[in-house]
Design a protein around this ligand. Structure first.
Ligand code: SF4
Ligand code: SF4
Ligand code: SF4
Ligand code: FES
Length: 950
């Protein structure tokens, strides 16, 4: 497709946002009768009627500003020439958009802009994609009477500090779109118009470089800019794209829709899709800019095998690699039994790929030894919500937050981990919604531009359940229960047991104050606000799940929502913020050892029979091994083969040394990945993985929204991931013959009641669809549990607080908690291979000034962190964002070894690791830890064995 064709399929810009009003208004525009919702601008009404009006400062993603005066119209009975973007429609209005006078005024306005604009259109990066150029054409500008010699901005200095976009003030027309995008869309307020009149120019922060300002590099300003003033560096380098494809971001659980804009199969830029139902045209630094990893030189593109991990890797053909892996798996099974091998699915892969891996394990391996990385993040969500509400998924759409009056954020920092949703949440907060934050750290969610938490419950890590019981105590004992909701919708016996439990004095905020460290009055205030403040919605993250009582806390959250009637409609609900792009999907697809797709227990005879007849095999009725059990079995010598797709368990799972020891005992580890990751260093077969740009399929985001992933370039290693699993199944003698992932989704839909209505065709037609999507809900289900809970009556479950075994002692007096920051994505396999490392080039340990002082630690010093599991060394950042007694780090860089320190403790119900609570000691040191030295040696050896320069 050429640029012109691309433009034809480009979304129409209606100039001002759509209005949602009960009253419709009819008016006349250039003789055409137009009917639009009240409050719509004349500009939008006109564009909707197919009558474009020239514009520069207006765009339909931002509120009208009315500064450029290019969009003037004539309105019968009104004096002058009102701006169509700021004039709302009125019934009976007669508007004229094209008159000789208007043409003259518009031409005059554009002439002024052009007189202070470089005339380098032919060599400008925006040539063909510049609204100023377009408008000059539309108004018929042929000459500039003022000449170009007067005072101008043509030599203004460029700011190229941001790795992804450049700012060239010479081209700025001061339309303010970037400033408004940063405020309205992103909510960062990093930009202003500095100076007055002629001197006015866009400035970042306190007139700093973009990189030094509070800019978070979301790119909303770049997208909003109508000229080449703010431009992606890839566009400057490569030129304008010539074709585009709609796809879905492969980073976090927001699941933003994107238009991948390309030249041939080279990505030029990723533009958030305006019709994306999760993101409405917004994106963050990761999805919009950090896609360079897909073509990074570290990509491993050839299959490789080796007998032992001390042998050099041998590049082989796909046939050889697959038949070697299949042969090894069968050899191990013949010698050690069919349960001696298993597989791990990836929450970064598509639904179809995940489904195939679990099918391979159950049907071709003949056991249920399949687990997923969700084990280490949201498995308690699956368990806790299933027990209480009846479905293992969040209850709302993201858009629902715009109806919330009270927002409670627990153990989550969406500004860093789910940035596009955070922008939407912040918009609602700026509109006046109340905010409760439950977090041991003072994150950006506690206070930001034009919002501040009404309550910040800065609890001690590991005491979530104590907090939730205390909140429930207030609600029950102060008569704040929604009795009608509970009576109509919930199980009476479980409610009365729960009510009696939480009413006990030991669950009162006063009693829990000593446990949580949170003043009782704050807990009381937060509980009252949640229960009485109108629509109240809870959003939570891994700060809830990654605890010894993760599942208990999820159930406590559901209890609270049910008790206050905050479930089953817009603006309320229980919303787990899923970490990776397809965590929801990988769980839905039957990745857990005890569940077939759709969360149906493997022991259920009818479900098993359904899959047995579809797959032509007999299924094992016993649940298989979870990931931690696989490690234990490996150490016992009874688990020797593993197929690991798109998951780096050595870096991401807790107690690294334990994981590494277990993997060292295994005889055939098959790693399928983009890069030679930490796990691949223990592997015997390496199968090249494919990035999200190289395959078709679907991802399911945190709202249960299934969106398409579309192949925009051939798989660099030769096969998309689903094809590789299929090759392996066939080599094992279990036939799989899909010709396209849509056929896999058709099979999923046939076998899974909540997916009965899902198909690629339907997703293509609707843009995306939220499951359940079936006969009862043919176009999907935005809000769950509307009239009744999926399990019938909502079930309250008693949430007894039990302190974790991970206790602080004199030897380990601090608590380490871990998390993610904006520029980073999990173990960093992708983001470490992008310019995102410019923001944070290493993992740091955050420590409170008091604890640092006590230990003689200065900002930037190397510090040793020791736990009962191991030791590592990081540099310290001294900050009051953490409370005394708590330290914090990220786990983005393998050499940091954050998970060398984390322990084997885990959630009682699901084995989700207790990453958020590790007792540690921190001391100044001068050299790396023993583990780090050993890791460095091992990495060097492995790179040499793969003949890769270190
Ligand atoms: S990139 Fe985003 S945060 Fe930075 S200035 Fe632009 S809109 Fe604001
Ligand atoms: S940088 Fe672009 S969007 Fe911002 S004021 Fe200048 S021309 Fe307008
Ligand atoms: S918010 Fe998440 S899904 Fe959206 S662009 Fe950023 S990383 Fe991608
Ligand atoms: S587009 Fe209306 S004043 Fe600029």
């Amino acid at each position: 497709m050429n640029t012109l064709e691309l433009k034809r399929v480009a979304e129409i810009d209606y100039g001002t946002p759509e209005k949602d009003a009960a009253t419709m208004v009819t008016l006349d525009i250039d003789g055409k009768t137009v009917t639009v919702p009240a409050g719509t601008s004349v500009m939008r009404a006109s564009v909707e009627a197919g009558i474009p009006i020239p514009k520069l400062c207006a765009t339909d993603t931002l509120e009208a500003f009315g500064s450029c005066r290019v969009c003037l119209v004539e309105i019968e009975g009104r004096k002058g020439y009102p701006a169509s973007c700021t004039t709302p429609v009125e019934a009976g209005m007669k508007v004229r958009t094209q008159t000789p006078k208007l043409a003259e005024i518009r031409r005059g306005m554009v002439e002024l802009y052009i007189s202070d604009h470089p005339l380098d259109c032919l060599t400008c990066a925006a040539n063909g994609d510049c609204e100023l150029q377009d408008v000059a054409g539309q108004v018929g500008l042929r000459e500039v009477r003022y000449g170009y010699d007067g005072e101008n901005h043509l030599v203004a200095k460029k700011d190229e500090s941001n790795p992804y976009f450049a700012y060239d003030p010479a081209k700025c027309i001061v339309c303010n779109r970037c400033v408004r995008a940063c405020e309205e869309t992103q909510g960062t307020f990093a930009l202003t118009i500095d100076g007055r009149g002629f001197a006015s120019r866009v400035a970042a922060g306190q007139n700093e470089d973009f990189m030094d300002s509070e800019c978070v590099s979301c790119g909303a300003c770049v997208q909003a800019c109508p000229t080449a003033t703010l431009t992606e560096k890839t566009v400057i380098m490569l030129g304008q794209p010539t074709r585009s494809e709609i796809t879905t971001c492969a980073y976090c659980g927001v699941g933003c829709g994107f238009k991948a804009e390309l030249q041939g199969d080279k990505v030029v830029r990723m533009v958030p899709w305006k019709d994306g139902q999760a993101n409405h045209g917004h994106a963050c630094v990761k999805g919009r800019f950090a896609w360079g990893y897909a073509t990074h030189k570290d990509r491993m593109l050839k299959p490789m095998i080796r007998k032992q991990i001390t042998d050099p890797w041998q590049e082989v053909s796909w046939d050889e690699a697959i038949s070697y892996a299949a042969g090894e798996f069968r050899r191990i099974q013949q010698k050690h039994g069919k349960d001696a091998i298993g597989g791990i699915t990836s929450s970064r892969c598509t639904n179809e790929e995940t489904y195939l891996v679990q099918k391979l394990v159950r049907a071709a391996f003949g056991n249920n030894n399949v687990d997923t990385c969700a084990r280490v993040c949201h498995s308690p969500t699956g368990y806790g919500l299933k027990q209480t509400l009846g479905e293992s998924a969040g209850t709302q759409t993201f858009d629902s937050v715009m109806q919330a009056d009270v927002i409670m954020v627990i153990g989550a920092n969406p500004a860093a981990a789910h940035p596009v949703f955070a922008s939407q949440m912040k918009r609602r907060l700026r509109q006046g919604a109340k905010l409760i934050v439950v977090d041991p750290r003072t994150t950006e969610m506690v206070k930001g531009a034009h919002y501040e938490a009404d309550y910040h419950l800065k609890l001690k890590p590991g005491t979530n359940v104590a907090i939730i019981s205390a909140l429930a105590h207030v609600i029950v004992t102060e008569g704040l229960v929604d009795e009608a909701f509970v009576a109509g919708r919930c199980d009476a016996q479980s409610f009365s047991d729960w009510k009696a439990f939480v009413s006990r004095p030991e669950n009162s905020p006063e009693a829990m104050e000593a446990v949580t460290g949170v003043p009782a009055e704050l807990m009381r205030g937060a509980a009252r606000l949640y229960a009485t403040g109108g629509n109240a919605a809870i959003y939570y993250g891994l700060g809830v799940t990654e605890h010894a009582q993760g599942s208990t806390m999820v159930m406590g959250i559901a209890n609270l929502a049910m008790a206050t009637g905050n479930i089953g409609r817009d603006g309320v609900g229980v919303n787990p913020l899923r970490g990776q792009n397809n965590v929801q999907g990988s769980c839905d697809m039957g990745s857990f050892p005890h569940e077939l797709p759709g969360y149906r227990h493997i022991s259920d005879i009818a479900t098993r029979q359904l899959f047995e007849s579809a797959w032509g095999v007999t299924l094992d009725a016993e649940p298989g091994l979870r990931i931690p059990n696989m490690f234990e079995a490996a150490l016992d010598g009874s688990f020797l083969g593993l197929y690991c797709q798109g998951e780096d368990i050595v870096q991401s799972d807790p107690n690294t040394q334990h994981v590494a020891e277990a993997l060292s005992k295994m005889e055939c580890i098959v790693v399928q990945d983009l890069f030679l990751n930490e796990t691949a260093k223990y592997a015997h077969v390496f199968l090249p993985g494919s990035s999200f740009l190289e395959k078709d399929g679907t991802f399911t985001n945190a709202e249960r929204r299934i969106s398409r992933v579309r192949k925009v370039m051939p798989a660099k290693g030769g096969y998309s991931d689903w094809e590789v699993t299929q090759l392996l199944a066939n080599a094992l003698g279990y036939p799989m013959n899909y010709t396209h992932p849509s056929e896999i989704m058709d099979e999923i839909a046939r076998l899974t009641p909540t997916f009965h209505g899902v198909s690629f065709d339907k997703i293509d037609r609707l843009g995306s669809v939220q499951w359940p999507c079936n006969e009862q809900a043919p176009e999907g289900t935005p809000i769950m549990h509307v009239d009744e809970f999926v399990r019938g009556k909502g079930r309250f479950i008693i949430t007894q607080y039990i302190a974790t075994d991970e206790k602080v002692t004199q030897r380990y007096p601090l608590i380490l908690t871990t998390g993610r920051i904006l520029s980073q994505y999990n173990v960093g396999a992708q983001t470490r291979r992008t310019e995102n490392v410019r923001w944070h080039s290493e993992d740091r340990l955050e420590i409170h000034p008091h604890d640092a002082d006590e230990r003689g630690i200065r900002d930037g010093d190397w510090v040793g962190i020791a736990s009962r599991s191991g030791q590592t060394v990081l540099r310290a950042t001294i900050t009051e964002n953490v409370q005394p007694g708590v330290v914090y780090t990220t786990f983005h860089f393998p050499e940091s070894g954050a998970n060398v320190i984390t322990t084997d403790n885990s959630d009682w119900a699901t084995n989700c690791p207790e990453y958020k609570v590790t007792a540690v000691q921190v001391m100044p040191v001068t050299q790396p830890s023993e583990w780090q030295k050993q890791h460095q040696r091992f990495t060097q050896e492995q790179l040499e064995l793969a003949r890769i320069d270190g």
